[in-house]
Design a binder for this molecule. Sequence first.
Ligand code: NAI
Ligand code: OAA
Length: 329
Amino acid sequence: MTRTPVNVTVTGAAGQIGYALLFRIASGQLLGADVPVKLRLLEITPALKAAEGTAMELDDCAFPLLQGIDITDDPNVAFDGANVGLLVGARPRTKGMERGDLLEANGGIFKPQGKAINDHAADDIKVLVVGNPANTNALIAQAAAPDVPAERFTAMTRLDHNRALTQLSKKTGVPVSEIKKLTIWGNHSATQYPDIFHATVAGKNAAEVVNDEKWLADDFIPTVAKRGAAIIEARGASSAASAANAAIDHIYTWVNGTAEGDWASMGIPSDGSYGVAEGLISSFPVTVKDGTYEIVQGLEINDFSRARIDASVQELAEEREAVRALGLL
Ligand SMILES: NC(=O)C1=CN([C@@H]2O[C@H](COP(=O)(O)OP(=O)(O)OC[C@H]3O[C@@H](n4cnc5c(N)ncnc54)[C@H](O)[C@@H]3O)[C@@H](O)[C@H]2O)C=CC1
Ligand SMILES: O=C([O-])CC(=O)C(=O)O
């Protein structure tokens, strides 16, 4: 194999998403079946031993594409030469914590990681933030990396996109493979807006096929937006394999492109499109070609959608103000 390996850095590698993610990266599902990878696992010091255990298991898979594993608790080492950064490790909210406490705790994680990316990553670095609150954590990391093009910092809403695909498939009886152009707008939070008005189901407009605004407002949207909480309730732990799967989908799409006649949802820095304040990392419909994404332009936004997009964007603006007040931007 002569191709130069791609350096993939995963933070929070010993966590539950990390465990579901690393084996798929090493098997070629992140970048392609012919792309060799080197893994860099970043963890906090007390979790290094667990990360070593995962690395031992990776060794034991004898993946032909896996050309090395480094484990470290130093972000400067973890991101040295990184081509892809999957920022999964984050401080989850625990009892008694206010949102502001969470933003502050995560600032302590994403600011130094952003700086390490700025100082050490490869020129083509692509960053996906998974750790919550993903959009605002991405903003913190981006702000700490002024030498990296801002558009390289993205946040994950692909899990929401995939959840919406399945809910729509169940409602219409049409397989997910025949559902296109669905959009998640806004924040990866309960305010997100899954939009089917431009989606197609077996070639027909999805909203017309469904023809049930009550289902849309009272069933579909809350089911998708609150799915994370429903998984925690059912499993006793937050989504892990589905989150890892969405991270794989997000990067695979970013590197290999969207299919003709379809688009994906990505949390990306707003250029002001669709009235989303510039600079906020908000989810948009995007097409991707040659490793570059573009916001789908010209979609008509009806009143139903407008109110919901605005509410989620308002929440993002408030989160930005909160981290700004904490000196994290
Ligand atoms: N955007 C999305 O759609 C989703 C986001 N998430 C979020 O992903 C994050 C990770 O979830 P899990 O893997 O289930 O959590 P987890 O608690 O199992 O693992 C997190 C890992 O991050 C590590 N970590 C903490 N601080 C770190 C630092 N400074 N550097 C490197 N590693 C660090 C911890 O030691 C731990 O091993 C959470 O914030 C969760 O809310 C989860 C599901 C979906
Ligand atoms: O809700 C959570 O804590 C995990 C998450 O982001 C999701 O499953 O969408």
